[in-house]
Design a protein around this ligand. Structure first.
Ligand code: SF4
Length: 911
C-alpha cells in the first residue's frame, strides 16, 4: 500500500518554481522563498544539485528521489527526469511543470511501497544497508526503515553475495583456418536475419574484412585492411560475421575496439544476435575496459568502514547496493546510473575505483570476487572481446599480459586511434604526476585518510625475507622525499619551493609566465611555451631534478630485479597468493620505472639537444584563473610509430574502419592516422558509400548574417532555430565560454515555450545522462562541445537539427604547430576541420528514416571544406531568416531541396 508523505515536493525548471503538498495543492514560488522553505523542511525533489543550481542556492539538500530510486532499484537504468521515472515506475508522466511536484510525491510513495512488496527482487541486503544509512543520517532512512521488515535470518552481504571467478587452463593458440567466401556470406545472412536482405555494400565489406583472418605469411607483417564505410552500411555485422566465424573455427579471440560508449553498447546488442542464449553469450562475449572503470571492492570496503565521511559515505553505501546487483561492476559505462555520483558532486566516486594502480592482487581478501580480475579472466576464454582504444593502448604501452596479447584486432571508429595513442604514449613531468609517485612509494603522510599503503607496507614480507630487496625499498622511500609533497602549488605561488622537483617546477612556472604568447594570461586558461633555449635556472634545476629522479629509479630497478629473482627461485612461503601479489607489484613497479625513465629523458632534453621524434613544451594548467598543475610535457611527433611497433606488428590481422577513416584526406592520410604507414606489408583499402539518400534526408545551411563575436546575435540565432525546430537540436560549440553565454541568454525563454534546454559544462549532470535525457524527450535540446560531436547516437526524431556555431579550427597550440609543420600546413588543418565537420554531420542521419538540417552559424566557411559532407547533400548559403523558415517547414517538401548550384557537391567517393 502506498503511504502518503508528510513532506512537500519542490520542482524547479527554467520556466519557474513549483511547490506541492499531499493535499494536492500546488503553488508557484520565488527562488528566495523556495530556498528558505527547503532549509526549514526537507522537501522531495528530483536531482537536488540541479534544483540547487536552478535556485542559485548551492547548499540546497532534501529528499532526493533519485537517491531513493538508487536504493530501491540498484543497477536498473532510468532517465533522471519526471518522464523517465514515470516510465520506470509505470506511472502516468506529468504533462506540465505544474504537475511535477505532485508526481514526485506519488513516485516517492510508489518507491517506498515497493519495499514492502514480497516480489521485490533487490530486497537482499536492503535492511543492513538502510541501518547503516540511518547512522549516516540519510534523509530517506527513516521512511525506508518504516517500510522494511527486519529479515528473520542474517542476509548475505555484498562480499559473500558476489560469485567467485574460476581459474581456467591457459588457452591453446588458435588453429590455422581459412575462411571460405560463401561461409562468410552465410554467416552474415544469418546475423542480419532471415527476412531482411543484406545489402551489396555490407556483403562486400564482410568479404574484405574476412581477408584479415587469412594465415600470416611473414612474422611482423600482419594483414591490415583500412575500410571506410559510410553510415548505414551495417559495418558492425559486416565484420562480426567473419570475426565470429574465425573465432569459432580457430578457437581464438577477436578483439573489437571502439572509441565511444554508444558503439560499445551497440556492439553488445549485435553480438547478442550471434549468441541468443544468455549463458552462451556470457561465455563467448566479454566487454573489457580499463581497470580504472571498475569498482575496487577493497576500496569500497575501506570507504564503508570509515574511510569516507558525510555524503561520500552515503554514496559508498548506495554504490554497495548497486555492486551486489551489478552485471559487471563497471562504474563508468556499465549499469551504475551515470547520474548517481553527480548527486554527490562526484565526491568520492573516483576513490572507489583503482585509478592509481594500487591493487594488491592476491593479497586482497576480495581477489577471487574482484570485478576486474573476473573480466580479465573471462576475456582469455572468450571468442569476442569488446574493448576500447584506451585499453588497447594502455595494454600496449605497459606491456602487461604478454600471453593474451590481441592477435586479431578490429578497430571500429578507427579515426580516433591517433588521438587515443597520442595521450597514452605521452609523458608529463608535472606536480600532480610526481606527487602521485611520492604517495605510491611513501604511502599516506600527515592527516591523509584511506587504505593507501606505501611500498614498504605492501611488500613487508619481501623486505623481511630479502635483505637487498628491503634495502632497496628503504632507499626508494628516502629518495621519494625529493618529490613534491602536499601544498606544493601554494609553495610555488609563494616562491618557496621545497626539494629539487619543486625547484624545477618553480623555474618552469617563471619561464612559462615570461614567454607565453597565447594571450591567455588574462582569460584564466592554460599557458604554455616551447622547451627551446631554456632559462639558465630551468637548465640548472633540470640537472638537479634528473639526479633526484635517478636516485629513485635505481632502488626501484633493484627491487624489480629482486622480485623477479624471487619468482624464478621461490622461497617456501611464496604460495600461490603471495606469488600473484609479487607479480602484481612487479607490473606496477615496471610501469613506474618506465615513467621515471621517460621523465629523465625529458630532462636530458632540457639540458641537451632536441630529439626530432618528440615535441616538448612547458605548461601551466589553469581553470578559471586557478593554477591546477605545472610541468614539462612530451608527445611523440607521430604516436602511431610506437603503436605500430608494440601493437600492430606482433598481431596477425588488423582491420581499421570508420565512416570517416580518411578524415577528409586521402588513403595516405588514413595510413598515417592508423599506423599502417609504419608497416612493411602495405595495407589494403576498401570503401563503400552510405546507402542513405542525403539529397532527400538532409540539408546543410550556412548562415551568412551572424557577425563573429556578437554574443547576443549568436544566442538569438540559437533560440530562433530551436524554436523553429520545436527542440530536437544538438548545438555544438568550440568554446565553453560561448556555450555558457548562449545558454544563459536563452534557457529561460525556451523553457517557457515548453522547450527544455540542457548543456554540458553548465548542468550538474554527466554527459552520458545528458544524452539519455535528450534522447528521451523530442522537445529537448542539448548544447555541448567536443565529446558530443562524436559520441551521440540518437537515431529518429529526437535529433533533427545540428547547429555548429563556428568552423572547428584546431587549437593553435605548440603540439598542433609542430604536427602542422610536418604534415603540410594548411592542408593538415583542413583535414582536421573536415573530419570534425563530418563527425558532427554524422550525428544527424543515423538511419534510413532520419531527416534533418545541419546549420553552420558562420559565414566564413571556405568552399574547400564543404567536401566534409556526404556526396549529394544539398548545401545553401542563407540568411538566418531563411534558415529558420527552412527548419520550420522541415524537409518533406521539395522546396527545401533547392540546391545552391555553386556549392552543390558531386558524388566524389571512390569505391
Ligand atoms: S584485487 Fe585489486 S582491484 Fe580487485 S578488489 Fe582487490 S585491491 Fe581492488
Amino acid at each position: 500500500m502506498e503511504t502518503p508523505l508528510a513532506f512537500p515536493a519542490l520542482h524547479a525548471s527554467h520556466a519557474g518554481i513549483w511547490m506541492g503538498s499531499n493535499g494536492g495543492h500546488v503553488q508557484t514560488i520565488g527562488k528566495g522563498e523556495a530556498a528558505g522553505r527547503a532549509a526549514e523542511t526537507p522537501m522531495v525533489m528530483l536531482n537536488a544539485p540541479l534544483v540547487a543550481q536552478r535556485l542559485g542556492y548551492p547548499d540546497l539538500s532534501g529528499l532526493d528521489l533519485l537517491e531513493l530510486y538508487a536504493f530501491v532499484y540498484p543497477a536498473r537504468f532510468a532517465v533522471p527526469t519526471p518522464k523517465g521515472l514515470a516510465k520506470m515506475l509505470n506511472l502516468p508522466a506529468p504533462a506540465t511543470d505544474q504537475d511535477v511536484p505532485l508526481f514526485l510525491l506519488r513516485a516517492a510513495q510508489n518507491l517506498l511501497s515497493v519495499l514492502g512488496d514480497p516480489a521485490w527482487a533487490e530486497r537482499e541486503g536492503a535492511w543492513d544497508s538502510a541501518q547503516a544509512l540511518m547512522r549516516l543520517r540519510w534523509p530517506w532512512a527513516n521512511l525506508v526503515l518504516a517500510q522494511l521488515k527486519k529479515p528473520e535470518r542474517p542476509e548475505r552481504w555484498l562480499f559473500s553475495r558476489l560469485p567467485e571467478w574460476e581459474e581456467a587452463a591457459p588457452r591453446t593458440p588458435p588453429r590455422v583456418v581459412t575462411l571460405q567466401a560463401d561461409a562468410v556470406q552465410e554467416r552474415l545472412a544469418s546475423l542480419v536475419g532471415g527476412s531482411a536482405e543484406t545489402r551489396q555494400g555490407q556483403r562486400d565489406f564482410a568479404q574484405a574484412a574476412a581477408a584479415i583472418f587469412a594465415p600470416r605469411t611473414r612474422k611482423g607483417e600482419p594483414h591490415i585492411l583500412l575500410a571506410e564505410a559510410g553510415t548505414g552500411i551495417g559495418k558492425t555485422l559486416g565484420y562480426l560475421a567473419p570475426a565470429s566465424l574465425w573465432a569459432t573455427a580457430a578457437d581464438g579471440t577477436v578483439w573489437i575496439s571502439t572509441f565511444t560508449k554508444a558503439l560499445q553498447r551497440q556492439l553488445v546488442r549485435e553480438a547478442k544476435r550471434m549468441y541468443p542464449d544468455h549463458e552462451t553469450f556470457k561465455s563467448k562475449v566479454v566487454v573489457r575496459k580499463g581497470r580504472e572503470n571498475y569498482l575496487c571492492l577493497l576500496n569500497l570496503e575501506d570507504a564503508l568502514q570509515g574511510g569516507f565521511a558525510g555524503r561520500a559515505a552515503t554514496l559508498a553505501h548506495l554504490v554497495a547496493r548497486w555492486a551486489a546487483y551489478s552485471h559487471d561492476g563497471d562504474m563508468i559505462g556499465g549499469d551504475l546510473p551515470g547520474w548517481l555520483p553527480t548527486l554527490f558532486r562526484r565526491n568520492g566516486s573516483t576513490a572507489l575505483t583503482d585509478r592509481r594502480g594500487e591493487c594488491i592482487y592476491a593479497g586482497c581478501p576480495h581477489y577471487k570476487k574482484c570485478f576486474i580480475e573476473r573480466a580479465a579472466r573471462s576475456s582469455v576464454q572468450a571468442e569476442i572481446v569488446i574493448a576500447n582504444h584506451a585499453l588497447m593502448m594502455v595494454n600496449a604501452a605497459r606491456g602487461r599480459d604478454e600471453q593474451n596479447r590481441p592477435s586479431r584486432i578490429i578497430f571500429d571508429e578507427g579515426h580516433h586511434l591517433f588521438d587515443a595513442a597520442d595521450s597514452m604514449f605521452a609523458a608529463a613531468l608535472t606536480g600532480q604526476e610526481t606527487i602521485e609517485l611520492r604517495r605510491w612509494v611513501i604511502g599516506p603522510e600527515g592527516k591523509a585518510r584511506g587504505r593507501r599503503r606505501g611500498l614498504s607496507a605492501r611488500l613487508a614480507d619481501v623486505a623481511s625475507y630479502d635483505e637487498e630487496g628491503g634495502l632497496a625499498i628503504e632507499m626508494a622511500r628516502v629518495a621519494a622525499e625529493a618529490l613534491p609533497g602536499e601544498g606544493w602549488l601554494a609553495r610555488l605561488a609563494e616562491g618557496t619551493p621545497s626539494g629539487p622537483i619543486e625547484r624545477l617546477l618553480s623555474a618552469v612556472r617563471t619561464m612559462v609566465f615570461a614567454r607565453d604568447e597565447t594571450n591567455a594570461t588574462e582569460s584564466g586558461y592554460g599557458l604554455e611555451t616551447e622547451l627551446a633555449d631554456p632559462d639558465p635556472k630551468v637548465i640548472d634545476a633540470a640537472a638537479d631534478a634528473a639526479i633526484a629522479l635517478e636516485a629513485l629509479a635505481r632502488p626501484l630497478t633493484v627491487l624489480g630485479q629482486r622480485l623477479e629473482a624471487m619468482i624464478a627461485d621461490p622461497p617456501d612461503w611464496l604460495d600461490g597468493s603471495a606469488r600473484a601479489r609479487v607479480e602484481g607489484a612487479m607490473a606496477s613497479l615496471s610501469w613506474r620505472i618506465d615513467t621515471l625513465r621517460a621523465w629523465i629523458s625529458m630532462l636530458a632534453r632540457a639540458v641537451g639537444p632536441v630529439d626530432p621524434e618528440y615535441i616538448d613544451w612547458l605548461a601551466i594548467d589553469r581553470f578559471e584563473g586557478r593554477e591546477m598543475d605545472i610541468g614539462m610535457h612530451r608527445r611523440w611527433l607521430d604516436p602511431m610509430k610506437p603503436v605500430a611497433e608494440v601493437l600492430l606488428k606482433p598481431s596477425h590481422g588488423v582491420l581499421a574502419t570508420s565512416a570517416t577513416l580518411r578524415s577528409g584526406g586521402d588513403w595516405q592520410n588514413a595510413e598515417a592516422r592508423t599506423g599502417a604507414s609504419h608497416l612493411d606489408k602495405p595495407a589494403t583499402h576498401f570503401s563503400a558509400i552510405s546507402p542513405f539518400d542525403y539529397k532527400a534526408q538532409a540539408e546543410v545551411l550556412i548562415v551568412t548574417d551572424i557577425k563573429k563575436g556578437d554574443a547576443a546575435a549568436l544566442a538569438g540565432a540559437y533560440a530562433a532555430l530551436i524554436t523553429a525546430s520545436g527542440g530536437g537540436v544538438l548545438g555544438l560549440f568550440t568554446a565553453i565560454r560561448r556555450l555558457r553565454s548562449t545558454y544563459a541568454r536563452i534557457a529561460d525563454r525556451l523553457a517557457r515555450d515548453g522547450l527544455p534546454l540542457y548543456a554540458q559544462h553548465v548542468d550538474p549532470i554527466d554527459t552520458g545522462t545528458l544524452v539519455d535525457i535528450f534522447r528521451d524527450d523530442p522537445h529537448a535540446s542539448l548544447l555541448g562541445t567536443d565529446a558530443l560531436r562524436d559520441g551521440v547516437d540518437v537515431p529518429g526524431h529526437s535529433l533533427r537539427l545540428v547547429i555548429m556555431e563556428q568552423i572547428p579550427w584546431p587549437r593553435p597550440d605548440i603540439l598542433h604547430r609542430a604536427r602542422r609543420l610536418k604534415h603540410g600546413g594548411m592542408e593538415y588543418d583542413d583535414r582536421i576541420i573536415r573530419a570534425k565537420m563530418a563527425q558532427a554531420f554524422g550525428r544527424l542521419i543515423r538511419s534510413a528514416g532520419d531527416k534533418g538540417h545541419f546549420v553552420l552559424l558562420s559565414s566564413a566557411v571556405p568552399s574547400r571544406l564543404l567536401s566534409a559532407f556526404p556526396p549529394g547533400t544539398p548545401i545553401r548559403r542563407v540568411t538566418l531568416e531563411e534558415a529558420v523558415n527552412s527548419v520550420k517547414s522541415g524537409l518533406s517538401s521539395d522546396t527545401n531541396l533547392r540546391q545552391d548550384g555553386a556549392n552543390m557537391l558531386e558524388a566524389s567517393n571512390p569505391i
